[in-house]
Design a protein around this ligand. Structure first.
Ligand code: FAD
Ligand code: DLZ
Ligand code: SF4
Length: 511
């Protein structure tokens, strides 16, 4: 006699809310609702991906003999909210209790904690056991530590799940092969194509619905080639393991003009919505190493992202919310420049990353961190504006994973919980790790003046502007020493160029 609500990022038959389901008596509810589709103006492709995956999942459950009630977005009776849809479903049936796996975002979990009072039913919220480190295990790990560094968390997770371990020792004698994973791109890389599906009738119908109901949302709907079923998501994982994993490590940080996918896996959207299970991705990569089909630097690097970073980020989110959302350690106040929406800037790196984000609802980690995030950091853009942008533009974005990556890793707005120093850099880093600078209006080799790469002087302006925050940081000591060695003329040039740049930026001039 149970109503089992499945959210749009809980699309796996192993989800805790489906355990012990009675196919005869229970009703499973999925609903496309305005509140979830518009709490930020999600990228059109993200909405199409979520709705199509929800519809396919509902059909899969029906095919397995479950009773499913599905509310389509354009159903005239659709109340527009999850609570409204649960109420409608209860009113139509004789169900007396509601079971749901805890929402991944604070906003919704908080709302659900009041559902008991608002519904004529008992509401049971279950743990989300798709994650490999539950709330209490993360809190225990964090307890009493001065610094919550991912590396130590990751080592514990390797031991706990016995991943790439020789008894108590890491395979290969090292925990981390990052030093091997920073190769700049070389000429003539033959990057394999990312996984493609052709939209079926369900996806085609959903795309028409998205065009009709969300015309002013960011992003291109076409081309749409993402997986929308578990079977397709498994094929996407296969394709990564077979064609990209070997090279993943070497070029993990590299960026190439016209190559948005590089050697990354492009599976975050599938793991985050439940089509893939994180542990199966980890085990699959580990097996590939033991079979001799991929090198350790690639396999360890990939596993660290999922077993380490992904779980750590989720742990930080729940440990620090709700205060974390308000964090603005560097007191950044600037509005988000318009080119984050249009790509209309002469800074080629930013133009490329925004344009690819608009087209694919995807950018890889270094594009997010060292181009889009780095600019927002050194230009002092308000964390709320940056967070909203990152939350809506990517198909893999949910607040639990987006917020610590943006506020913590990219913006240092949490004062150093996630990062031990700010990920700020001049144009030299982007030039080393990409070929973007070759086709840029600005000159990366020039440090000052109207032709100079803006990252070059904005970086030093950021360093001076935030001296009180970073001067005591041991990892920033050399930077401040370099700054002190610069001439007064150089200091003045940095200040003048930055003033000129910000004046143009803030008044909406083309830059
Ligand atoms: P790969 O490079 O192939 O990595 C494999 C997997 O590891 C990913 O699929 C993902 O599940 C996991 N992973 C890697 N890095 C991280 C990380 N830092 N945090 C959590 N998981 C990680 N990831 C999201 O899933 N959603 C977001 O909204 C998101 N926002 C980000 C914002 C910023 C500013 C930054 C710097 C990073 C963000 N990330 C986010 C993390 C990371 O960039 C993406 O997970 C990754 O780019 C997804 O592409 P991929 O599947 O090809 O990843
Ligand atoms: C992302 C998303 C979108 C666009 N739409 C829906 C929806 O209509 N119904 C739904 O159940 N889930 C949707 N989602 C995913 C939710 O936003 C996600 O489950 C919550 O943010 C988790 O807290
Ligand atoms: Fe970006 Fe500067 Fe390189 Fe242009 S020169 S692509 S702005 S880093």
């Amino acid at each position: 006699m149970t109503l089992r609500l499945i959210l749009g990022d809980q699309l796996g038959v192993g989800i805790s809310s489906l355990k012990d389901t009675s196919k005869k008596n229970d009703l499973i509810l999925l609903c496309e609702v305005k509140t979830e589709a518009t709490y930020v103006k999600h990228h059109k492709k993200k909405i199409a991906f979520v709705f199509s995956s929800m519809r396919h999942f509902a059909n899969e459950l029906r095919a397995q003999g479950f009773n499913v009630r599905y509310t389509a977005y354009d159903d005239p009776q659709n109340s527009g909210s999850l609570l409204g849809e649960v109420k409608r479903a209860l009113a139509k049936t004789n169900k007396t209790d509601v079971v749901v796996t805890e929402a991944s975002e604070y906003r919704l979990r908080d709302e659900m904690s009041r559902w008991d009072e608002q519904l004529a039913a008992t509401v049971t919220v279950l743990d989300d056991d798709r994650f490999l480190c539950n709330h209490s295990a993360f809190n225990d790990w964090a307890e009493g530590r001065k610094q919550l560094r991912m590396e130590y968390f990751y080592r514990d997770m390797r031991r706990k799940y016995s991943v790439l371990m020789n008894d108590a020792q890491p395979v290969g004698g090292q925990w981390n092969f990052d030093a091997e994973n920073r190769k700049p791109p070389k000429e003539g890389l033959n990057v394999p194509s990312t996984f493609h599906t052709t939209p079926d009738a369900i996806t085609t119908e959903v795309m028409a619905l998205v065009e009709q109901h969300f015309p002013d949302h960011f992003g291109n709907l076409l081309p749409f080639h993402y997986a929308v079923t578990r079977e397709q998501a498994l094929a996407a994982l296969d394709s990564f393991i077979e064609t990209r994993l070997q090279t993943f490590g070497d070029y993990q940080d590299a960026m190439v003009q016209g190559e948005p996918w590089m050697y990354h896996s492009h599976i975050s959207l599938y793991i985050n919505c439940g089509l893939l299970d994180p542990l199966e991705c980890i085990r699959r990569a580990e097996r590939t190493y033991y079979d001799g089909d991929a090198p350790l630097n690639s396999v360890e690097g990939f596993i660290r992202q999922i077993l380490g970073w992904r779980e750590y980020i989720r742990g930080i989110y729940w440990l620090k919310m709700p205060e974390y959302k308000e964090a603005n350690y560097l007191n950044a106040t600037r509005a988000l420049p318009d080119f984050y929406w249009t790509g209309d800037t002469q800074m080629n790196c930013l133009r490329q990353c925004v344009t690819e984000t608009k087209e694919n609802a995807y950018a890889h980690h270094i594009q997010r961190l060292m181009v889009l995030g780095n600019f927002a950091l050194i230009a002092g853009i308000h964390p709320d504006e940056v967070n909203e942008w990152f939350l809506l533009v990517y198909a893999d974005a949910y607040e639990w994973v987006e917020l610590p990556n943006v506020t913590g890793m990219a913006l240092f707005a949490d004062g150093g919980v996630v990062a031990s120093k700010p990920y700020a850099s001049s144009g030299a880093y982007i030039n080393k790790m990409s070929d973007y600078c070759k086709s840029c209006h600005y000159k990366v080799a020039k440090k000052n003046g109207p032709e100079a790469c803006p990252f070059n002087y904005l970086y030093w302006d950021f360093v001076t502007r935030n001296r009180e925050h970073f001067a005591g940081n041991p990892r920033m000591g050399l930077i401040y020493k370099s700054y002190a060695r610069m001439s007064d003329e150089k200091h003045d040039a940095v200040a003048d160029d930055s003033r000129r740049f910000f004046k143009a930026l803030d008044s909406g001039q083309a830059i």
